[in-house]
Write a protein that binds this ligand. Structure first.
Ligand code: TXA
Ligand code: MG
Length: 346
């Protein structure tokens, strides 16, 4: 692990050069983005990309996102001209946490897209990610740099915990500012479709386009129906400790806490719930772990902390983690999507 923030700018450049050389040789390098840490490989090399699946323990049919540093690189990734819709969204949201699904160019390895005719592309805004893509001159296929199924990594240390000894280099760049992955949007049809809620909210996209857009349904019960995005069918983001997602409020906390007397339980609660607790609830909370996740009406803090908090709590040997539901507005939709997938039904 080499942390970019802990060295001077000359050495920084050397680290980027070394990382780029590894990528050019078909090796894997983990790097920070504004959403979560990514595990990068040359998107044009089937062999390099196959190693990503191996290292993560990722199901073979779950395609990867290709990361670029400039719009020019799109010519190597997608075959068609950009639609007016795609142009508008790129203009407004790149670089940033918006991934677009387009028609795949043959220059992208079949392994990268798990054999699909489409390809997912995004331009991250993190300076280290951009420098690495530019220095290597490659489009980088990069999933989140965690073991498949675990909470996504938002600190270099999380990558080390999951992938130590399995990859040659982790470029550290501090905590990821957004903390949940990019929004995946299919822009091939007449109407864009959200395949995964993420760092750019539906509301922001609708504001730019001037009309309402829909989301592909969550995990389909009908197993014959193909999910719109292959990644949607897997359980995900889960610590070992069972997670339960619940509607909580200051008024109901005392009753909720009474159920777990003597149990080692952690609560992720909003400021609204934490601030209005009754004396009875406060007393019952004394032997519990609780983490405040910010206001339920400004979900940015919940988003930036959720994965790190799940990982931290997982080390405490608790019997369960209870996370408070928040409104699915703005980043709240991405937070709820991740918690729904991480959690068990009671
Ligand atoms: O923020 C992010 O997007 C992070 C950072 C590293 O950039 N990356 C990330 O990658 O979250 P990953 O592999 O964990 O998630 C990629 C998602 C999966 O749900 C996958 O199924 C979907 O994108 N996806 C990729 N290519 C696709 C395609 N051609 N069609 C539909 N869905 C696709
Ligand atoms: Mg992932």
């Amino acid at each position: 692990l080499l942390d970019i923030n802990k060295i001077d700018s000359l050495k920084r450049h050397r680290v980027i050069k070394m990382a780029a050389a590894l990528l050019q040789q078909g090796e894997l390098v983990a790097f920070p983005t504004e959403t979560v840490y990514g595990l990068g490989a040359d998107a044009g090399s089937g062999e390099a990309v196959a190693r990503i699946f191996q290292v993560k323990g990722r199901p073979q049919d779950n395609p990867l996102i290709v990361h670029i540093a400039g719009k020019k690189q799109l010519a190597d990734i997608t075959v068609n001209n950009l639609s007016a819709t795609a142009e508008k969204l790129i203009e407004r949201f790149w670089p940033g946490p918006l991934t677009l699904i387009m028609e795949k160019s043959p220059l992208i390895a079949a392994e990268t897209t798990a054999g699909l005719a489409s390809v997912a592309v995004r331009m991250p805004s993190h300076p280290v990610a951009l420098a690495l893509i530019e220095e290597s001159g490659l489009p980088l296929a990069a999933p989140s740099a965690n073991r498949s199924g675990a909470p996504s990594p938002t600190l270099a240390g999380h990558v080390l915990d999951d992938l130590k000894g399995r990859i040659p280099l982790i470029v550290g760049g501090g905590p990821c500012s957004i903390g949940v992955e990019s929004t995946v949007l299919d822009v091939r049809g007449n109407q864009p479709l959200i395949l995964r809620p993420g760092g750019i909210s539906r509301e922001e996209i609708e504001e730019v386009l001037g009309y309402h857009i829909s989301s592909a349904g969550a995990i389909s019960k009908d197993s014959n129906k193909k999910p719109a995005s292959p990644g949607m069918k897997y359980r995900h983001y889960s610590p070992e400790t069972p997670v339960y997602l619940k509607k909580l409020s200051a008024d109901t906390m005392a009753a909720e806490l009474a159920k777990y007397q003597g149990e080692a339980v952690a609560f992720l609660i909003t400021d609204e719930t934490a601030c209005g607790l009754t004396a009875v609830a406060e007393e019952l909370l004394e032997d519990k772990v609780f983490m405040t996740m910010g206001s339920r009406y400004t979900p940015e803090r919940y988003a930036s902390q959720v994965f790190a908090v799940l990982r931290k709590l997982d080390r405490l040997g608790l019997t369960r983690i209870i996370a408070e539901e928040i409104p699915e507005r703005g980043l709240g939709a991405a937070v709820m999507n991740r918690l729904q997938k991480a959690s068990l039904k009671e």
